[in-house]
Design a protein around this ligand. Structure first.
Ligand code: NAP
Length: 255
């Protein structure tokens, strides 16, 4: 079980990051929040009160993130838990395929995690203590139709974290990957499709924080989604393609 110290949370201003910040602060953790917009950061810091600081920085800016994490640690102590959670989601259009849109999602969702890890890992290794966590998604378990960039970015996060977990064995640094199902946040507010097992933020965060603080290797919430996507993961390609095709919009016939 983790002992409370400083938790640095990227994408900590809204949604899942903010809900986990509330849960951790309630359990005695100091919180360092990172996101780009200052207003939500300040509003959450005001709400939480003591032991909270924030920096407005883009996670794609490796140097800026390094400086921000250093300043947060100078103010609140060494980072005991990193939650690399900042992320964006956008459908990948096949008709208007734009490689820049794909790499843009990869930069925030994957490189943002890499940059955050780079900012705190040397200190954790020096102290022989700490925990690295990142928010991936069940969407990374297989290539989901219409969200190629998002699925790819989350698959990259899961593999990256798994490799770190193995590499860091015996070094005192735990590694945890979060795989959330659908959670009601700004990210999913625009979804016009049915979201199976969708959860409200607070019950999602309450369940997730328990696994996080138990330093589990993976925290997959909600469990029914683990069964559904876990089954999809094991299907042969022909059956997976058929099943996903049934659920996806059909291409319009050309006249
Ligand atoms: N909601 C779901 O159903 C769901 C499911 C699976 C996984 N996830 C993952 O959960 C994480 C949080 O998403 P959410 O649902 O809580 O959405 P959200 O409310 O939109 O939160 C996204 C957070 O990331 C920050 N952010 C975005 N781009 C950033 C950048 N370039 N640099 C720094 N911060 C950035 C946002 O603040 P600023 O815009 O101010 O920077 C915000 O704090 C994401 O990684 C998402 O992929 C969500």
């Amino acid at each position: 079980m983790s002992v409370p110290g400083l938790a640095i949370i990227t994408g900590g201003s809204t949604g899942i990051g903010a809900a986990l910040a509330r849960q951790l602060h309630h359990r005695g953790w100091k919180i360092g929040l990172i996101a780009r917009r200052t207003e939500p950061l300040q509003a959450l810091a005001d709400e939480l009160g003591d032991g909270v600081a924030w920096r407005a920085v883009d996670v794609c800016d490796a140097e800026g993130l390094q400086v921000a994490c250093g300043e947060l640690q100078d103010e609140l102590g060494p980072c005991e838990l990193l939650l690399a959670n900042a992320g964006v989601g956008a459908p990948t259009s096949i008709q208007r395929f734009d490689p820049a849109a794909v790499t843009g999602v990869m930069r925030v969702n994957f490189e943002g995690v890499v940059n955050a890890v780079a900012a705190v890992l040397p200190g954790m290794l020096e102290r022989g203590r700490g925990q690295l966590a990142a928010t991936s998604s069940y969407a990374g378990w297989r290539g989901m139709p219409t969200t190629a960039a998002y699925s790819a970015s989350k698959a990259a996060v899961s593999s990256f974290m798994e490799s770190l977990r193995v590499a860091l064995r015996g070094r005192g640094v735990a590694v945890t990957t979060l795989h959330p199902g659908y959670v009601r946040t700004d990210l999913t507010a625009g979804n016009r499709f049915w979201m199976p097992f969708v959860m409200d933020l607070e019950p999602f965060a309450a369940r997730t924080v328990r696994g996080l603080l138990a330093r589990k290797s993976e925290v997959n919430v909600p469990w029914p989604m683990t069964i559904v996507v876990g089954t999809l993961r094991r299907l042969p390609n022909w059956l997976y393609d058929w099943a996903m095709g049934m659920m996806s919009p059909k291409p319009r016939a050309r006249r």
